[in-house]
Design a protein around this ligand. Structure first.
Ligand SMILES: [Zn+2]
Length: 83
């Protein structure tokens, strides 16, 4: 490791230490979902990886609700279009 590498490493550590406490860790530390207080664990937990490689946690219960709402909206629109 060169002196420049070590300096860069120190800067990285310093930046990490200067982040407001909890930034970026807030979501990771939650163990219930925001919307319905469902447990973010076990069978109710869905892990999704976005294109940047970030991992997000979804509540299966709320996700199902969202899908249900979206499909009933689609049905409504289809009915309205055919009437
Ligand atoms: Zn939920």
């Amino acid at each position: 490791m060169t002196e420049a590498d070590r300096a860069a490493e120190r800067r990285r550590e310093q930046r990490a230490a200067e982040l407001p406490p909890g930034m970026g860790k807030i979501n990771a530390s939650k163990d219930v979902c925001d919307k319905g207080g469902h447990p973010l664990s076990g069978a109710n937990l869905i892990l999704v990886t976005d294109k940047d490689g970030g991992v997000h946690r979804l509540c299966r219960e709320c996700h199902r609700d969202q899908v249900r709402r979206a499909s009933s909206l689609r049905r409504e629109l289809a009915r309205a279009a055919s009437a």
